[in-house]
Ligand binder design. Structure first.
Ligand code: HEM
Length: 399
């Protein structure tokens, strides 16, 4: 359907512009060449018990956007917005062209597009739903090293858009932002990226902008306790959050000039893993469990006392764990010449008090990595479960 639509559009535009060229373009598209890869045609289902974009493999492009409700926007208006948004997300993620389309993503398939919707703490007061506010949305505590910009933090509504094509991701962003119309205005937006699928010769864990293999010891969907750690259970509280999760978003700038000055050996000590392949300094390969007790021949700990993987590990934090699903970002260079770059850290968990908060408290007291980081923005969102065809995300809260 997408190719036919595209062919029509190209042909029509070409004919208006001058006949033969247009006809030729239409022909060439219709000839349906074998696609170069499956990147464009890959779809991630929008409907389901859970929203897409949480356990979905990292996409190459991401937009995180928070919106604030416009004055006077009430619960009914928000319900109508979420209905519109869900319909559009359903169409776009299936590769359909929505009505009144901008044309930005014509020619491309859905490219693993996902759209994930969330609600911030301030939302509930604005629409008279304070009695449905989850305890888990309590404001995150202050951390001593935070240098947060309030204008780029929090927000009433949140969208996470991910796709393996930059035009497809922007197309979705623009369509959803246009649909918010008078109901909500963008409060902040951050753009991120990950490795492009197919860029490595085999599937590999992503790297961040410090060059580290990042994501190795994330909880796995096959773990017995994965669902329990990451998602609110079907009969969980509040009821409208069944199948949902809580997203902690932190914009973490990396002090790359200082970092890049460290020797490879010191960089590896800071994390506790080898830079080349992500293997723990206690030995083995990337997937070998980290041995925090291992001692080197000289009596020193193989994984240093302040190594990031030691301080952040569940065993150091009463079992606290979260699913880290970040995007890297680069917004040019600062006045001092340093890159304005780092990690749009997105952590998913069933309860932030059993995930992000205890771990960040510990990291904030000074793991080896914190010296090279600045937490510049912060937000927490309740991300409800997914919806079935004909329903919209957030319906159990808004109706
Ligand atoms: C592990 C980098 C921030 C929690 C790791 C690893 C790297 C890394 C390279 C080892 C590979 C892996 O298991 O994924 C970074 C960078 C950060 C950052 C560059 C900031 C820009 C954070 C924050 C938290 C966190 C803010 C939570 C508050 C964890 C956890 C692990 C981990 C839980 C797994 C530890 C284990 O069980 O082995 N991180 N991290 N990280 N990080 Fe971070």
């Amino acid at each position: 359907r997408r190719l036919l639509g595209t062919a029509g559009a190209v042909g029509a535009a070409g004919l208006v512009a001058g006949g033969a060229a247009g006809a030729y373009a239409a022909e060439s598209v219709r000839s349906d060449p074998d696609p170069l890869s499956s990147v464009g045609s890959t779809t991630v289902p929008f409907h389901g018990e859970r929203q897409a974009g949480i356990t979905t493999p990292l996409q190459a492009h991401g937009h995180l956007i928070a919106l604030d409700l416009a004055p006077g926007a009430d619960r009914k208006a928000v319900a109508a917005l979420l209905r519109r948004w869900s319909k559009t997300a359903e169409e776009l993620t299936a590769g359909k062209v929505p009505a009144d389309d901008t044309g930005i993503a014509l020619d491309a398939g859905p490219a693993s597009l996902t759209v994930t919707f969330g609600f911030g703490r301030t939302f509930f007061g604005r629409v008279g739903l304070k009695d449905r506010l989850p305890e888990e949305l309590a404001p995150l505590p202050d951390f001593s090293a935070d240098v947060l910009d309030p204008k780029r933090s929090n927000g009433d509504l949140w969208l996470q858009i991910g796709a393996d094509d930059g035009l497809v991701a922007f197309h979705a962003l623009r369509a959803l932002q246009r649909e918010a119309r008078e109901v909500a205005r963008v409060r902040w937006q951050m753009n991120g990226f990950n490795r492009t699928p197919g860029a490595t010769s085999r599937p590999m864990t992503a790297r961040n902008l410090m060059g580290q293999v990042d994501g190795t010891n994330n909880p796995k969907t096959t773990d017995d306790d994965f669902d329990q750690r990451i998602f609110v259970p079907a009969k969980g509280k509040p009821d409208w959050m069944a199948g949902g999760s809580y997203a902690v978003v932190r914009r973490i700038r990396m002090l790359l000039d200082s970092w890049d000055h460290l020797s490879l050996e010191r960089q590896e000590r800071v994390i506790g893993r080898r830079k080349s392949d992500g293997a723990p300094l206690s030995g083995g390969t990337e997937t070998t469990p980290v041995d925090l007790t291992k001692v080197n021949a000289d009596g020193s700990l193989a994984i240093a006392g302040d190594a990031h993987v030691r301080v952040a590990a569940p065993v150091s934090n009463q079992g606290a764990a979260m699913l880290r699903r970040p995007f890297s970002y680069h917004d040019g260079f600062r006045e001092d010449g340093a890159p304005d770059a780092g990690l749009l850290f997105v952590a998913w968990q069933a309860d932030p008090m059993k995930g992000f908060v205890p771990v960040q408290r510990k990291l904030d007291r000074g793991d080896g990595l914190s010296r090279f980081l600045r937490h510049e923005a912060s937000a927490l969102f309740a991300v409800p479960g997914g919806c079935a065809p004909g329903e919209y995300v957030g319906q159990a809260l808004l109706e």
